[in-house]
Design a protein around this ligand. Structure first.
Ligand code: GDP
Length: 448
């Protein structure tokens, strides 16, 4: 394995920077650039020890640093690893990195240290993904859950569930190999009960993911409404700054602008869209079609209505398209009119986007809409990749149960269950293609 090096701290000036080196040549490369103070040889340092000294380039001292050695296999990556902690200058840390490249190290790709940890069996794929979740966690609940997954709790749970399937598959294999007697565990009722229990456990994990996603990643929110209703003004009110261009010429917001807005415990991933109206303008109509696309994946629609105009048939028509997605009508411009909002079967909040100063009424309404959003205190699915695999496994188990009910041949059921087991093994990486591995680590930062 070649030796990789990268700056693991952010690409910014700070108190301290850390450069990590991992691979067969890590200790040799470090000893070539580091001059210890005292009678120490880097090549003879034991694992988990550190030394103080200087990084020098052609005899010129660049910095005084602390160097820590980890010996394979007792390191994060499972390989020989060296970490150099230097002063946190950008030029300085890049110079040290360049010296290491001159000594044979190559630049590490995104997440390559963690990828090596996975390939060397130090972490399962779900644990490796959880490393990034720990880094990205922005609250106590998401950090707790990421840590549970990083400690391998999710891996253990998936292992237990997929093992039940594997045991069933072995019984199938035995039976299909011409055994005389049907093993008792393959009696149709017994089989169906077991499959039902597995299906239920997987469904709970997926439901927990969906409920937790809102709190972990934010509520994908689309601002809709007819031109001039006040969408951009609502966006500016929520963002507390002039982000969208506000004018009184209908049709000025032509693309979808996304902002993250923190409202108490919720984060809104807010898309301000083009005003919805019939238009001949090509650019504006692209914006409108993007608005409808955003609606497909939205968790919440904030539908802005100009209170002075009221709810028109056009508004009714758009609101009727928000099927399966909670919507909230923002009855806007109440400073201009006393008109009361009509009774609707979705919540309505009276506001004046130009004069509103508190988001408390909005957060109260969000609490009602997302009352079952919670991050459970147990390991659960952490991302779309894992959830898609769980849903695939559920689908195949459902299919196999239907086949069982219809008295289908056991070998057809076997094929379905084998596919379900494969999907579950892919979650923690025990049965996974290189493309999937590359896809997972491409989302990591360089240096992790
Ligand atoms: P959009 O087309 O839906 O994005 O609407 P804008 O946010 O651009 O607002 C259109 C016009 O209505 C602008 O002149 C705003 O200043 C005005 N406006 C928006 N909200 C309010 C409000 O609460 N009160 C008043 N008086 N004017 C508003």
């Amino acid at each position: 394995m070649n030796t990789i090096a990268a700056i693991s701290t952010p690409n910014a000036v700070g108190g301290i920077a850390m450069i990590r080196v991992s691979g067969d040549n890590a200790i040799e490369a470090a000893s070539a650039v580091f001059q210890p103070v005292g009678n120490i040889k880097v090549t003879e340092m034991r694992g988990y020890t550190c030394a103080y000294g200087y990084i020098t380039d052609h005899g010129e001292r660049l910095d005084d640093v602390v160097l820590t050695v980890f010996r394979a296999p007792h390191s994060y990556t499972g390989e020989d690893t060296v970490e150099i902690t230097c002063h946190g200058g950008l030029y300085l840390s890049k110079q040290i990195l360049a010296l290491l490249y001159r000594c044979g190290c190559v630049p590490a790709g995104p997440g390559e240290f963690t990828k090596r940890a996975f390939l060397n069996g130090k972490l399962s794929l779900s644990q490796a993904e959880a490393v990034m979740d720990v880094i990205r966690a922005d609250g106590a609940a998401s950090l707790r859950q990421a840590n549970l997954a990083k400690q391998g709790k999710m891996h253990e749970r998936m292992f237990t569930i997929s093992n039940h399937l594997v045991e069933m598959l072995s019984a199938f294999a035995y039976w299909l190999d011409d055994a005389e007697d049907m093993p008792p565990e393959l009696e149709r009722d017994t089989l169906d009960n077991k499959l039902q229990s597995i299906q239920h456990q997987l469904q709970t994990m997926s439901d927990n993911y969906q409920n937790g996603r809102i709190l972990r990643e934010g509520i994908r929110t689309v601002l809709l409404g007819r031109p001039n209703a006040g969408k951009s003004s609502v966006m500016n009110w929520l963002c507390g700054m002039q982000r969208s261009i506000v004018t009184d010429i209908a049709g000025t917001t032509r693309d979808v602008i996304t902002e993250q807005v923190k409202i108490d415990e919720y984060t809104l991933l807010l898309s301000d869209t083009a005003g919805l109206r019939e238009t001949d303008n090509q650019i504006e109509s692209i914006g409108i079609s993007q608005a409808y696309q955003a609606l497909d994946t939205a968790d919440l629609v904030l539908y802005v209505v100009d209170a002075a105009v009221g709810i028109t048939p056009e508004d009714q028509d758009t609101l009727s398209k928000c099927v399966g997605c909670p919507a909230l009508v923002l009855w806007n411009k109440t400073d201009l009119t006393d008109a009361e909002p009509p009774a609707l079967d979705i919540p309505v909040l009276s506001i004046s986007a130009l004069h509103a100063d508190s988001v408390a009424p909005l957060s109260d309404t969000l609490r009602k809409i997302f009352s079952n959003a919670c991050i459970p205190d147990q390991p659960t699915v952490m991302n779309e990749r894992q959830n898609a695999l769980i849903l695939h496994a559920i689908e195949r188990i459902t299919e196999s149960r239907a086949l069982l009910t219809n008295g289908a041949e056991l070998d057809m059921i076997y094929i379905c269950l084998e596919d379900a087991a494969h999907a579950l093994r892919e979650i923690d990486g025990s049965d996974v293609s290189d493309d999937v591995i590359d896809g997972v680590f491409s989302k990591f930062c360089v240096g992790k």
